[in-house]
Write a protein that binds this ligand. Structure first.
Ligand code: HDE
Length: 702
C-alpha cells in the first residue's frame, strides 16, 4: 500500500511560526522549525514531491535535491596516515617560568592556562578500523597560545622508521594494505611491510619499539607522548637550547596483552575512544606532564649519535626529563566532524621562542602538513575553521579563496602601503615577531645521508635490553606472530638476520618460533654495533606502571542474590581509589541483591567480556553460579581474565565458574577470595600492579 502523505507526516505538531518566533509545538515541546539551508520552512520531511500518488519524483523538489546533494558531499578525504583518531579539549599550564630558556609566551607565567586540543590516532588503518590494532599512536597537540598556535605533532614512540622524509611515502605504502588486494587493514603483519623494513636497517630501532607492548596501549590515558625530533628553545637574549619534548601520563604506563587486543577489537572496536570519552564525561580528566630534555651544542657534539637523527633517542638517564607543566583534557568535542576530523595539525606551526632543528625528517614534515590540509579540507581558508583558528588576534593580507568566511574590511591588502594609521592595516614587528634562529648553514648541495646517521642497531639493542623479561618475551612473540603472516620465507629470514645484530637470544627465539630451517648470517652493519650502551629503565612499561588502581575499571559479574554488603564495600573501595565499578549481569536490566534491593547492571554478559576491564570480581550467588556455569561467555569471561593475568576477586560460590574455566587448580596470588565487605579494600589495593606477571609462565602465550 503506498503511503498517503498524512500517514507519514507528524500529525501532532502545530506550527506556531510567525512574529519572528521560529519555533513550533512538537511532541517534545517547543522546538525550532526545520528549514532548508536557505532558511525556507519545511512542511514535510518524510516524502519527496511526486506526480500522483505512485508517480515519478518531481525535479522541482528543491528540498529533496538540497538534502541529497549535501549528503552526497558529506565526506572529505580521510587523512592519508593517522586517519582514525579521537580528540578532546583541555589546557596546558606551566609549573614555573621558563623565561631563562624560552621566550615562548605560554611558558612565561606559572599557572597560566593555554587552551589545547589533542588528537590521538592510529597510523595505518582507515577511519573505520579498530582501536587495538598493533600500531604507533599519534599524539598531536595544538596549543592556542597568545602568540599563535603551536602544534606539537608527536607519537607515543620517541623514534621513527626513517631518517629522511623522502622515504615517508615508501614506508607508509608498505605498511598500509597491499595495493593489488586492498588488505590487510590496519596491520603490519604482511609481506610488504616487513620487506621494506628488512631492506632498511635504519628502521630497526623503531621495529623493536613497534613489536613491544607500546603499540597496544590499554588507553590513550596510559601512554606517553614524544615530539620525536630535536627542536630548539630560544630565550629573549636569542640563546638557543636544544630540546626533546615528552608527555608523561599521570596515571602511569599500561598496555594490553596481544590476545586481549585481538579480543577487544571484536568486543569493542571503539575501546580507546570510548575510554577517553567516558573518563572525561565522568570528570576523571586525564593528565600528562610536559617533560623537557634540554641540552646544548656541546652535548650534541659529544653524544654518541646525531641528535638530528629521528631514529635515535637521548636516554633519560643521560639527559634527565625536566617536568615543567601539565596538560589536562577536560572537555569532549561537541561535534566529531567539526573538531576531531577538521583539526589540521601542522608541524610548521611554531611560535616565537621555539624553532626547528635541521632534522631532515622534521624539515620534510614542515612541507607535508600544510600541503595535506589543503587536500583534505579543500581550501587555504581551513585556518578559519573554529578548531584551527588561533585564539589570539590575527591580522594578515591573505585573502579570498574557497569558503572565505573571514574577510578584512578596508582598502589595504598589501604591504608596504602608504595608507596611514589603521587604514594601512597590520604591520610587521621586528622586535616582537617570529625570527628564525640564525644558525650558521653553508655547504655544497648534496643528496647524501650523513655518516653520523649510520649506526642502526646499537639503540635497538639498548631498547631491547632495557625491557623487563616479560616484555622481552612479548617482543619475541610479536616478531614471531608478524613474520608468520609473511608468506615469503626470504623476508622472514632477512628480519632474523637483522635481529642477530640486536640480541642473539631474541633472534634465536624468533627463528625457532618461525621454525627457520637454518639460522641466517647476521646482516652486515654499516657501523659496528656498540654493545656498551647501558639499559635505560625509563624505556620499560612494566617498570613505569601505576602505583594504584586509579582511573581503572573493575568488572563485577553479578547474579540475583549477590551479596549486597560485599558489593557496597567493593564500590566504596573502588571509589576511594579513584576507580570505577561496572556490573555485568545475565541480563542488562539488573539483579536483585541478597537484601532484596534492585541493582541496575551496566552490561549483559556477552556485551561486557573481561577484556574490557582491568580486573574482575565474580560475585555470584550459589543459584547464580548454577545458572551460569555452563555458559560459554561466562567461561570466557573467567578464562580470559586469568589468561590475561588480571586480578580476580571471587566469592566462594563462584568456584564452579573457576572450575569450568579450567583455572580452579591454578589459583594464585592474583585470585583473591572475597568473603565479606571487609575484604574489598584489600582486594582493590592488590589490583594496583594490574597484572600478575608471574602467572604468565603458567598460562603461556597470552
Ligand atoms: Fe606525520 N603526517 N608525517 N608523523 N603525523 C600526518 O598530516 C608526515 C611523522 C603525525 O591527528 C599527515 O594532517 C611525513 C612523525 C601525527 O591530525 C601528513 C613524515 C611523527 C599525525 C604527515 C611524517 C608524525 C600525522 C597526514 C615523515 C611523530 C596526525 C594527515 C617526514 C613525531 C595528526 C595530516 C592529526 C599526520 C606527514 C612522520 C606524527 C601526510 C611526510 C615522525 C600524530 O602530512
Amino acid at each position: 500500500m503506498p503511503n498517503s502523505p498524512s500517514t507519514a507526516s507528524y500529525a501532532d505538531q502545530t506550527v506556531t511560526r510567525g512574529e519572528g518566533g521560529e519555533t513550533h509545538q512538537h511532541a517534545g515541546g517547543e522546538v525550532p522549525v526545520l528549514t532548508t539551508q536557505q532558511g525556507v520552512p519545511v512542511a514535510d520531511d518524510q516524502n519527496s514531491l511526486r506526480i500522483g500518488r505512485r508517480g515519478p519524483t518531481a525535479l522541482e523538489d528543491f528540498h529533496f535535491r538540497e538534502k541529497i546533494f549535501h549528503f552526497d558531499h558529506e565526506r572529505i578525504p580521510e587523512r592519508v596516515v593517522h586517519a582514525r583518531g579521537f580528540g578532546a579539549h583541555g589546557f596546558f599550564e606551566p609549573y614555573e617560568s621558563l623565561a631563562d630558556i624560552t621566550k615562548a609566551d605560554l611558558f612565561q607565567r606559572p599557572g597560566d592556562k593555554t587552551p589545547a586540543f589533542v588528537r590521538f590516532s592510529t597510523v595505518a588503518g582507515s577511519k573505520g578500523s579498530s582501536d587495538l590494532a598493533r600500531d604507533v599512536r599519534g599524539f598531536a597537540v595544538k596549543l592556542y597560545t597568545q602568540q599563535g598556535n603551536w602544534d606539537l605533532v608527536g607519537n607515543n614512540i620517541p623514534v621513527f622508521f626513517i631518517q629522511d622524509a623522502i622515504k615517508f611515502p615508501d614506508i607508509i605504502h608498505a605498511a598500509k594494505e597491499e595495493p593489488d588486494r586492498g588488505f590487510p587493514q590496519a596491520q603490519t603483519a604482511h609481506d610488504n611491510f616487513w620487506d621494506f623494513i628488512s631492506l632498511n636497517p635504519e628502521s630497526m630501532h623503531m621495529a623493536l619499539w613497534i613489536m613491544s607492548d607500546r603499540t597496544i596501549p590499554r588507553s590513550f590515558r596510559f601512554m606517553e607522548g614524544f615530539g620525536v625530533h630535536t627542536f630548539r628553545l630560544i630565550n629573549a637574549a636569542g640563546k638557543s637550547t636544544f630540546v626533546k619534548f615528552h608527555w608523561k601520563p599521570k596515571l602511569g604506563l599500561q598496555s594490553v596483552v596481544w590476545n586481549e587486543a585481538l579480543k577487544i577489537n571484536g568486543a569493542d572496536p571503539d575501546f580507546h575512544r570510548r575510554d577517553l570519552w567516558d573518563a572525561i564525561q565522568s570528570g576523571n580528566f586525564p593528565e600528562w606532564e610536559l617533560g623537557l630534555q634540554l641540552f646544548d651544542e656541546v652535548f650534541a657534539e659529544q653524544f654518541a649519535f646525531d641528535v638530528l637523527d629521528a631514529t635515535k633517542i637521548v636516554p633519560e638517564e643521560q639527559v634527565p626529563v625536566r617536568r615543567v607543566g601539565r596538560l589536562v583534557l577536560d572537555r569532549c568535542v561537541d561535534n566529531f566532524f567539526a573538531e576531531t576530523e577538521q583539526v589540521a595539525f601542522c608541524t610548521q606551526n611554531i611560535v616565537p621562542g621555539i624553532d626547528f632543528s635541521n632534522d631532515p625528517l622534521l624539515q620534510g614534515r614542515n612541507f607535508s602538513y600544510l600541503d595535506t590540509q589543503l587536500k583534505r579540507l579543500g581550501s587555504p581558508n581551513f585556518t578559519y575553521l573554529p578548531i584551527n583558528a588561533p585564539k589570539c588576534p590575527f591580522h594578515h593580507f591573505q585573502q579570498d579563496g574557497h569558503m572565505a568566511f573571514h574577510n578584512p574590511k578596508g582598502r589595504a591588502n598589501y604591504e608596504p602601503n602608504s595608507w596611514g594609521g589603521a587604514a594601512g592595516g597590520p604591520r610587521e614587528a621586528p622586535d616582537a615577531g617570529f625570527t628564525s634562529y640564525p644558525s650558521e648553514e653553508e655547504g655544497p648541495k648534496l643528496r647524501i645521508r650523513a655518516e653520523t646517521f649510520a649506526d642502526h642497531y646499537s639503540q635497538a639493542r639498548q631498547f631491547y635490553l632495557s625491557q623487563a623479561e616479560i616484555e622481552q618475551r612479548h617482543i619475541a612473540a610479536a616478531f614471531t606472530f608478524e613474520l608468520s603472516k609473511v608468506e615469503t620465507p626470504a623476508i622472514r629470514a632477512r628480519m632474523v638476520a637483522h635481529l642477530l645484530n640486536v640480541d642473539e637470544v631474541l633472534a634465536k627465539a624468533v627463528a625457532e618460533g618461525l621454525r627457520l630451517k637454518a639460522m641466517p648470517a647476521p646482516a652486515e652493519p654499516a657501523r659496528p654495533v656498540d654493545k656498551s650502551l647501558k639499559p635505560s629503565p625509563a624505556l620499560s612499561i612494566v617498570g613505569n606502571g601505576p602505583q594504584s588502581f586509579k582511573g581503572r575499571k573493575l568488572g563485577a559479574l553479578v547474579t540475583d542474590g549477590v551479596d549486597a554488603g560485599l558489593l557496597t564495600g567493593l564500590k566504596a573501595a573502588l571509589e576511594a581509589e579513584g576507580a570505577l565499578l561496572k556490573l555485568v549481569a545475565p541480563m542488562v536490566g539488573g539483579v536483585t541483591a541478597s537484601d532484596g534491593a534492585w541493582i541496575d547492571a551496566d552490561e549483559k554478559i556477552d556485551g561486557g567480556p573481561s577484556v574490557v576491564f582491568d580486573a574482575v570480581a565474580l560475585l555470584v550467588s550459589d543459584d547464580g553460579a548454577k545458572l551460569l556455569a555452563d555458559e560459554a561467555t561466562v567461561r570466557d569471561f573467567v578464562a580470559d581474565a586469568f589468561a590475561h593475568l588480571k586480578f580476580i576477586g571471587y566469592v566462594p560460590a563462584a568456584l564452579p565458574l573457576l572450575e569450568k574455566a579450567g583455572v580452579a587448580a591454578a589459583l594464585d596470588a592474583g585470585t583473591i577470595e572475597l568473603k565479606a565487605a571487609a575484604d574489598a579494600a584489600g582486594f582493590v589495593k592488590s589490583c594496583a600492579p594490574l597484572r600478575l606477571w608471574a602467572r604468565e609462565a603458567k598460562v603461556k602465550r597470552v
